[in-house]
Design a protein around this ligand. Structure first.
Ligand code: 5AD
Length: 437
């Protein structure tokens, strides 16, 4: 009888992609996926360490999964990804039902680590960051037949003072351009038409003579590639050359998630973001000059140490002037070992103040997004049908600007490009129906 696995994923797109890789590694060594953790010999939880809250959720979930293990002795539980990397053996000390702690650079050895845990009754930890691990030659088990994540870079060489990623993912490593292009060609030959290039600071990509604009252009021109996106870029690596490629290549979608973090120069400086508000705004101007209909998203942290009301007002003001289509907003969370935790204790923003700011920011972001989306209602948009929508019998489609449109239609439309009339908006997503089925 073959061995079985269940994988759960928390966190960013890189984690979603890593889970496809973990599942691929397991499938290649004879494991079969099951539809519930109760049926699995091995349960893996791929985790995020970016904020305390993300880790708390995982610990809660792992405790829940321990019930499964009690009812099915011999089941192995592994915690993988950034939280595993951050906590290492501490995780087993804190949650003794965890059998394996596996960092991102150890996924290639998953089958061996599982065998070792089965033999030794748990206690397996592999959180070594390996210079030599290039993630090549591993078969991914892709979730979507329509759209594929393509990691082109791992790790990060920026040192934003709030961020744990350089500690959990190590220094920046870029993939060989040939390997990236070959992988995309293969996927395109299978019928996938949309590709999202992934990296922690994806546009700082560099490999020999290749920089990110060159890679992006080459990807956009591969046969069968109809849509290309990339995430997340760092504003400092958003060059004129990159904007030109985005504007010139039809396959590159008019959409960008460009994390700003704060609208205050004082805060940006303490975050070590290495740009000023004016420089960020100039990049936004450059994008909009070249691609007037581009949709922009961002990440914003409130309550960073030392942020006062004036700083926060500057963030609101920036949001008002950029008018983002969408923004992910976070309360600052102190991550052990990051430089921001060593700042003056007087700078700590009290919880209720940070919470109040977060709520004001969310209200503003939603108001602007809803205004912008309302202005689209009544228009016709080109969409790619992605999958069955979570609720009801609608299909989920996406515009090139990355907005969700729910449409009625049969399942065999999944993977198709069509024109839809936008009939309504919830503020964040649209409803619509096809105008040329
Ligand atoms: N606290 C709050 N938010 C954070 N982010 C990264 N680190 C922290 C932290 N310590 C946010 C940033 C980043 C996004 C992925 O998560 O906005 O862009």
């Amino acid at each position: 009888m073959s061995k079985t696995y269940w994988v759960e994923t928390y966190g960013c797109q890189m984690n979603l992609s890593d889970s496809e890789l973990m599942e691929g590694v397991l499938a290649s060594s004879g494991y079969a996926q099951v539809s519930a953790p109760e049926d699995a010999d091995v349960i893996l939880v791929n985790t995020c360490a970016i904020r305390e809250h993300a880790e708390q959720r995982v610990l809660g979930r792992v405790a829940e999964l321990n019930r499964v293990k009690r009812e099915r002795p011999g089941t192995l539980i592994g915690v993988c990804g950034c939280m595993a990397q951050r906590l290492g053996t501490q995780l087993i000390e804190r949650a003794e039902h965890v059998d394996m702690v596996i960092g991102p650079d150890a996924y290639r050895s998953l089958p061996q680590l599982i065998d070792q845990a089965a033999r030794d009754g748990g206690g397996v930890v592999d959180v070594e960051l390996k210079d030599s691990e290039n993630y090549e030659g591993l078969e991914l088990r892709r979730k979507s037949q329509v759209s594929a994540w393509i990691p082109i870079q791992r790790g990060c060489d920026y040192r934003c003072t709030f961020c744990i990623v350089p500690f959990t993912r190590g220094p920046e490593k870029n993939r060989e351009p040939d390997a990236v292009l070959r992988e995309i060609e293969e996927q395109a030959a299978e019928g996938i038409t949309e590709f999202t290039l992934l990296g922690q600071t994806v546009n700082s990509y560099r490999y020999g003579d290749w920089d990110f604009p060159r890679l992006l252009r080459a990807v956009a021109r591969l046969p069968g590639v109809r849509r290309v996106r990339f995430t997340s870029p760092h504003p400092n690596d958003l060059t004129r050359g990159l904007v030109e490629v985005m504007a010139e290549e039809d396959a590159v979608c008019p959409q960008l998630h460009l994390p700003v973090q704060s609208g205050s120069d004082r805060v940006l400086k303490r975050m070590a973001r290495r740009y000023t508000r004016a420089e960020y705004m100039a990049k936004v101007g450059m994008l909009r000059d070249a691609i007037p209909h581009i949709a922009l998203g961002t990440d914003i942290i409130v309550g960073f140490p030392g942020e006062d009301e004036t700083d926060f007002e500057a963030t609101l003001d920036l949001v008002r002037s950029v008018r983002y289509d969408d923004a992910f907003t976070f309360r600052y969370s102190a991550r052990e070992g990051t430089p921001s935790t060593r700042m003056d204790q007087d700078w700590v923003v009290p919880d209720h103040v940070a919470q109040g700011r977060l709520e004001r920011l969310i209200a503003l972001v939603r108001e602007i997004a809803a205004e912008k989306n309302l202005a689209e209602v009544g228009k016709v948009a080109g969409v790619l049908v992605e999958k069955r929508a979570r609720r009801g019998d609608l299909l989920q489609a996406r515009t090139d600007t990355y907005k969700v449109v729910l449409i009625p239609g049969p399942e065999d439309w999944i993977g198709r490009y069509m024109r839809v009339a936008l009939t309504g908006t919830s503020g964040a997503t649209f409803t619509g129906f096809p105008v040329e089925p």
